[in-house]
Design a protein around this ligand. Structure first.
Ligand code: F6P
Length: 549
């Protein structure tokens, strides 16, 4: 029994039933499942918004799905979901509400935190952002010397970088191509150097994105960016025209020297990795314009509403979360690949890594006890078809089970032109061929029938049975991006709820931050730093020697 009165997850009858069911299924083959049910390819599909989701190529039967849903019911996933949407403080270790869904709520919605409706504030900030974005885009907002802003550099890290950077790539075709938009995150000076080396400071706007405004990487890069600007413009007053801040911490913003009139606010109930549809999306909004940004928010909202209201049988985030649990907890899968067949989604999986791994990479449950079951998977992947020529070999013929999501689009992005649009069918032929090959493989008989010499038959045989979800959308639009992100946000939520972990804190990131601060004087001044282990001590000494200190 848990301290909170709940039965330990792995002692519930629902968990035990799933473990037994897994044993009974043994090494059930997708070939068998499809042979037994000719309607499976259409029956095991769902729609949400513009997304067509095929989960037929999973190692599941109706019984599996029912048992998984029973687990969700026993762990009260929908109860926690409702508490989240209501603004209850479900992030218990930080005593905070979890309300990224309020960021895309309609103007007339009422969502209260501590008795206060947060929705008017959300829309006030969105309106301010839109006003500012329009002024930059139109040239009305100029730099200190009166030159038009042509470059926008977002400085932030983690959730203050990955979301807007990802979405900017995804929606490139919707951006104002006359603007140069770049993202700087790494405290490695090379990142800022490469981002600004060919830019004119008089035409450059820095957007400093940091929820806390204390993150060392961001504050360091922002300070260097200010130095770079002032070296060229030579007047402190220039900062007001070239720096804006996105933060929850007005005090620190002012301390840094940015006028809080140039600050776009958000709130502690928005987690960093859930924040790019808040003020953190300002650079994105400048790039794509307020209308496209709002269309993206509508996409989020479609999936929020679906997650909030759809019954368990047709609830897509619930289904995807439960499928992950099926593989992670009952098949020992360690990782989960997300493989988008769109070059524009090149940063999508990197974004999901933070969303998923920072949320569910936890071994302590909400009750403060260590869990006795696997939690979040390693999330990885890059766009097809590139991955096919790199690591798909391991997925097809390696020894590890890698469940994967394939994300593709029926129509190519409009501006590609006819010649490049014609390549889209080849891209998508690969998309469909891969999930088929992964599911059904190639039997030794099929290989022999091709006249392959006997000694090569085992090498050319594909066992198949590799589970995949296919997500197909008509076209990559701002709304579809919002739908996809919300889908994964809620999938991660479902898994955290079942595993009984707090998906909204990130204490694990803190230790490294604290240690880095402690080690730095040893590098710069050769200071005797307490608590350095012998290996690190020797490494630091070698570093200083190589650095010429
Ligand atoms: O990496 C830890 C983290 O706290 C993330 O959760 C967050 O997105 C990132 O740092 C950046 O934090 P901030 O926006 O406060 O600079």
């Amino acid at each position: 029994m848990n301290a909170d009165g709940r039965t330990r997850l792995n002692q519930t009858s629902e968990w035990t039933a799933l473990a037994k069911h897994r044993e009974e299924l043994g090494d059930v083959q997708l070939r068998e499942l499809f042979a037994a049910d000719s309607g499976r390819g259409t029956a095991y599909t769902l729609r949400v918004g513009d997304l067509y989701v095929d989960y037929s190529k999973h190692l599941v039967t109706d019984d599996t799905l029912r048992l998984l849903r029973e687990l969700a019911a026993a762990t009260d996933v929908f109860g926690l979901r409702d508490a989240m949407f209501r603004g209850e403080k479900i992030n218990t270790t930080e005593n905070r509400a979890v309300l990224h869904t309020a960021l895309r709520a309609p103007r007339d919605a009422v969502i209260e935190v501590d008795g206060e409706n947060v929705v008017p504030g959300v829309h006030a900030v969105l309106d301010n952002m839109a006003d500012f974005a329009n002024r930059v885009r139109s040239g009305e907002w100029t730099g200190h010397t009166g030159k038009r802003i042509r470059n926008v550099v977002n400085v932030g890290i983690g959730g203050s970088d990955l979301g807007p950077a990802m979405a900017y790539e995804v929606l490139r075709a919707f951006t104002d191509r006359s603007l140069t938009v770049r993202f700087v995150s790494n405290v490695d000076g090379a990142d800022l150097h490469e981002a600004v080396r060919d830019l004119d400071p008089a035409e450059t706007l820095f957007v400093i994105a940091s929820k806390t405004f204390t993150t060392i990487e961001t504050v360091t890069n922002a300070t260097s960016a200010r130095g770079w600007l002032l070296d060229a413009l030579g007047d402190e007053a220039a900062v007001a025209k070239h720096f804006v801040a996105l933060s929850t911490n007005a005090e620190k913003v002012a301390e840094f020297g940015i006028d809080t009139a140039n600050m776009f606010e958000f709130w502690d109930w928005v987690g960093g990795r859930y924040s790019y549809d808040s003020a953190i999306g300002l650079a994105l909004m400048i790039a794509i314009g307020p209308d496209n940004f709002r269309e993206m928010l509508e996409g989020f909202r479609i999936v929020d509403e679906h997650f909030r209201t759809a019954p368990a049988e047709s609830n897509v985030p619930l289904l995807l979360g439960l499928l992950g649990i099926w593989y992670g907890n009952f098949h020992d899968a360690q990782s989960h690949a997300v493989l988008p067949y769109s070059h524009y989604l090149s940063k999508f999986t990197a974004y999901l890594q933070q969303l998923d791994m920072e949320s569910n990479g936890k071994y302590v449950g909400r009750d403060g006890r260590e869990v006795e079951w696997q939690t979040g998977p390693v999330v990885w992947g890059t766009p097809g078809t590139n991955g096919q020529h790199a690591y798909y070999q391991l997925i097809h013929q390696g020894t590890k089970l890698v469940p994967a999501d394939f994300i593709g689009f029926a129509r190519p992005v409009g501006e590609l032109g006819d010649r490049l649009k014609a390549q889209h069918d080849l891209l998508m032929a690969n998309f469909f061929a891969q999930t088929q090959a992964l599911a059904f493989g190639k039997t030794p008989q099929e290989v022999r029938a091709e006249g392959v010499p006997e000694e090569l038959v085992p090498h050319k045989t594909f066992k198949g049975n590799h589970p995949t979800t296919t997500i197909l959308a008509p076209e990559l639009t701002p709304s579809v991006l919002g739908q996809l992100v919300a889908l994964y946000e809620h999938k991660v939520f479902v898994q955290g709820a079942v595993w009984n972990i707090d998906s909204f804190d990130q204490w694990g990131v803190e230790l490294g931050k604290v240690l880095a601060k402690r080690v730095e004087p040893a590098l710069t001044e050769g200071a005797e730093v307490e608590g350095l282990d012998p290996s690190t001590k020797a490494l630091v000494a070698t570093y200083r020697e190589l650095r010429g200190r």
